[in-house]
Design a protein around this ligand. Structure first.
Ligand code: SAM
Length: 247
C-alpha cells in the first residue's frame, strides 16, 4: 500500500506510460504501478547510494527487474532523450526540482507529462514550468500525517489544451480584488479556484510563518530589514485579502 500522497501521484500517471521516477528512494511508486500493469516500463533514478541500493533491492525482491531499471545518477542524467514519456519527481524542495529540470532540459524532448510534488517552494516549480514552455494543467492538494502536499501536473505547450497566458492571466475575484500573476504563482492558479479546506489550512499556516518573519525583521531595525518587512507586509495583506474573499 502506498501513502495517500504517493497514491494520488500514482493515479495521475497515464496508463501504459514509460515512466522515470527521479529521486525514487525505495522505488515504491514505480513498483506499485508496474505490479498493477499500469505502466509499460520505468526507470527509478537515485543520486544517493543508500536509496539506490534500497530501490534495487525492492525491485529485485518484487521480481520487477524486467520492467523497472534502477539507475544511479543525478536528476535526469539517468535517462536518454526520448526514453520516457512521463517523469515524476516527488518529495523534495521546489528549488531542487526546478534545478533538476533545468539541468536536464535536453532530456525533456518527447516527455508528455511532468508530475511534480514539491514539499516546499511550489512557486519555484510553477515559475520554471511557465518560463520553459510547460503548461500547468492540474493541481492537487492533500493532507497526510499533519503535512500538506501539492502535486503539480504539466504538459508541453505544444500539446496542452490551455496556455500559460490563460493559466496565469490576472484574475478578478467576486469581491472586487484582482489576483496578479505573481500571486497565482504562489497560491496556485487551479488551487485558488478549487479553494479546498486544506488549501485554506495551508495558507493560514503560511501566513503565521510570514508574520513571524515580519516580527523578526521589525526587531532588527536595519534599513534593509525594514524594506523587506514592508514587502512582506504587502504580500501578507494580499494573501489575507484573497483568503477572506474566497472563504
Ligand atoms: N520520491 C520519493 C517519495 O516521494 O516518497 C522519495 C522522496 S525522498 C524524500 C527524496 C529522494 O530524492 C532521496 O532518496 C534523495 O536521495 C533523492 N534525490 C535528491 N536529489 C536528487 C537528485 N538530484 N537526483 C536524484 N535523486 C535525488
Amino acid at each position: 500500500r502506498l501513502s495517500r500522497r504517493l497514491d494520488k501521484i500514482a493515479s495521475l500517471v497515464p496508463h501504459g506510460s514509460r515512466l522515470a521516477d527521479i529521486g525514487s528512494d525505495h522505488a515504491l511508486l514505480p513498483s506499485y504501478l508496474a505490479e498493477r500493469g499500469r505502466i509499460s516500463s520505468a526507470v527509478a533514478g537515485e543520486v544517493n547510494p543508500g536509496p539506490y541500493q534500497a530501490a534495487a533491492k525492492q525491485v529485485r525482491d518484487a521480481l520487477l527487474h524486467s520492467r523497472i531499471d534502477v539507475r544511479l545518477g543525478d536528476g535526469l542524467a539517468v535517462i536518454e532523450p526520448g526514453e520516457v514519456d512521463v517523469i515524476t519527481i516527488a518529495g523534495m524542495g521546489g528549488a531542487l526540482i526546478a534545478s533538476i529540470l533545468e539541468a536536464g532540459r535536453d532530456k525533456l524532448a518527447g516527455v508528455r507529462t511532468l508530475i511534480l510534488q514539491p514539499n516546499v517552494g511550489e512557486s519555484f516549480v510553477r515559475l520554471w514550468l511557465a518560463e520553459h514552455r510547460w503548461v500547468l494543467t492540474a493541481e492537487h492538494i492533500l493532507e497526510e500525517d499533519g503535512k500538506i502536499y501539492e502535486i503539480l501536473t504539466a504538459e508541453p505547450e505544444s500539446s496542452a489544451r490551455t496556455t500559460n497566458e490563460q493559466v496565469y492571466r490576472d484574475r478578478a475575484l467576486g469581491c472586487g480584488i484582482t489576483v496578479s500573476r505573481e500571486l497565482l504563482l504562489k497560491l496556485g492558479p487551479y488551487l485558488i479556484r478549487q479553494a479546498e479546506r486544506v488549501w485554506f489550512d495551508k495558507w493560514k499556516l503560511e501566513l503565521q510563518k510570514l508574520e513571524r518573519i515580519r516580527s523578526q525583521l521589525e526587531l532588527s531595525g536595519l534599513p534593509e530589514s525594514l524594506r523587506k518587512k514592508r514587502e512582506l507586509e504587502t504580500e501578507i495583506n494580499e494573501i489575507k485579502e484573497v483568503l477572506a474573499c474566497l472563504q
